[in-house]
Design a protein around this ligand. Structure first.
Ligand SMILES: *Cc1c(COP(=O)(O)O)cnc(C)c1O
Length: 409
């Protein structure tokens, strides 16, 4: 028997033991959606999460949403009203961000390999490009000159450190992301000399960290690096995007980030910052921390079978919607996501079962030998932390099962 990750706080059942999401019964949500599998996102939880962040962080720090975590249009429109900006990473995301109602001036566009038409779309809309290389900078300047627009340009810095304990390291050493720190001052001077509207620095050192002090240490290093670069440039960056890094508990033993501690230490870091950063504003860009907990993936049990003494619950969902929960999205060792039987939520576990998807591959395992209440064909399985890197980060065309339904409640 293997443990599963912690069920996020804030979920409860009605008197029948049916999981409630956004106040509605999981079975009724599936009915309303027309069928399972289904992602449900709870609007009130999203709002509460943003409020929790603002309560924890120092006054004036801006909250950006990294929309690759979840680009579902109704969710994006909701996020547009509760965060200060969106970070996008493709021309497609830029179009979705603009359609959501977020003002172009509050959108920044990072990511390697931006094509000329994507640079042009951002420059003509008035979004900020987080430049990933000197070559990209020259292309952006040329497009700005051709359009007669001073492009809004920030430089993404490849920092000379990374976020300790982070699930995905995005800085330190040779990286496809950003401009190596030592080359940044020269590039910024080039942008300013060319008449661009220089927006500042974007410094992203890693993702999915749970240790508040590791995040705070990285932020302190980030602010120090921004100050060194600003002194070398001889001008204050209008905005320093500190990156993100705040993760969520997916696995047994994981605990939530102490956001209040991150905020308290960031306040100290900013209070002690180099005078060159006096006029600068600061932002954090968060994906999963803002949206993962608000999402639940609901899938129905199609078959219950045993093989060599192991019980399998075969569902209508799978890794084509929940690649991360199957352990195939950047994890080294497969461990169980938080999982429950939605119609027996909170009931005591009575058996060890493996919950698998309907894809004809042994990779398609949503729960491996987990302890769950007794479940039968027709029952609903709920997988939590499904609001980030679920529907849009999974190979929904694989094996022709088609995409999941999604709804915001
Ligand atoms: C993916 C990404 C994020 C969001 O990461 P989360 O772990 O979801 O918070 C933020 N910034 C950049 C540059 C990214 O690539």
């Amino acid at each position: 028997m293997k443990p599963h990750g912690p069920i996020p706080p804030g979920f409860s059942a009605d008197p029948d033991g049916m999981l409630l999401i956004g106040g509605a019964r999981a079975d009724q949500l599936a009915e309303r959606a027309g069928d399972t599998p289904l992602f449900v996102y709870d609007r009130a939880m999203l709002t509460a999460r943003a409020a929790e962040w603002r309560a924890a962080m120092p006054e004036g720090v801006l909250l950006h949403y990294a929309m690759k975590a979840n680009p579902f249009a109704p969710l994006l429109a909701h996020m547009a009203g509760i965060v200060d900006g969106f970070d996008v990473a493709s021309g497609g995301e830029l179009a979705a961000a603009l359609a959501s109602g977020m003002a172009a001036g509050h959108i920044s566009f990072a990511g390697p390999g931006k094509r000329d038409r994507e640079l042009e779309a951002a420059i003509s809309a008035g979004a900020t490009l987080n430049l990933e290389s000197a070559g990209e900078a020259e292309r952006a300047l040329a497009i700005g000159a051709r359009l007669g627009i001073a492009p809004r340009l920030a430089v993404r810095v490849n920092p000379d450190f990374d976020l300790k304990g982070s699930g995905m390291k995005m800085g330190g050493g040779a990286k496809p992301f950003g401009v190596d720190a030592e080359a940044v001052p020269g590039l910024v001077r080039r942008l300013i000399d060319a008449g661009a509207d220089w927006q500042g620095f974007h410094i992203f050192a890693g993702s999915q960290a749970l240790d508040a002090d590791a995040i705070a240490d990285t932020q302190a290093q980030t602010v120090a690096l921004a100050a060194r670069l600003a002194n070398a440039v001889g001008a204050p960056p209008p905005l320093v995007n500190l990156g993100g890094g705040m993760g969520v508990p997916y696995f047994p033993g994981d605990t939530a980030v102490d956001a209040a501690r991150v905020g308290a230490r960031l306040a100290e870091t900013l209070a002690a910052r180099d005078p060159v950063l006096g006029p600068s504003r600061f932002a954090m860009e968060l994906g999963r921390w803002l949206v993962a907990e608000a999402g639940v993936y609901l899938t129905r049990i199609i078959d219950r079978k045993t093989s060599h003494g192991e019980t399998f619950l075969v569902t209508d969902g799978g890794l084509h919607h929940q690649l991360a929960a199957s352990g195939n999205f950047g994890t080294v060792i497969r461990r169980n996501y938080p999982i429950a039987i939605a119609n027996a939520f909170g009931a005591d576990p009575v058996e060890s079962v493996s919950v698998v998807g309907c894809l004809c591959t042994p990779l398609d395992r949503l729960g491996d030998q987990v302890a769950l209440p007794r479940a039968e064909v027709g029952d609903l399985v709920a997988i939590f932390q499904a609001g980030a890197y679920g529907a849009s980060a999974s190979p929904s065309a694989f094996l022709g099962q088609g995409p999941a339904r999604e709804m915001l409640v």
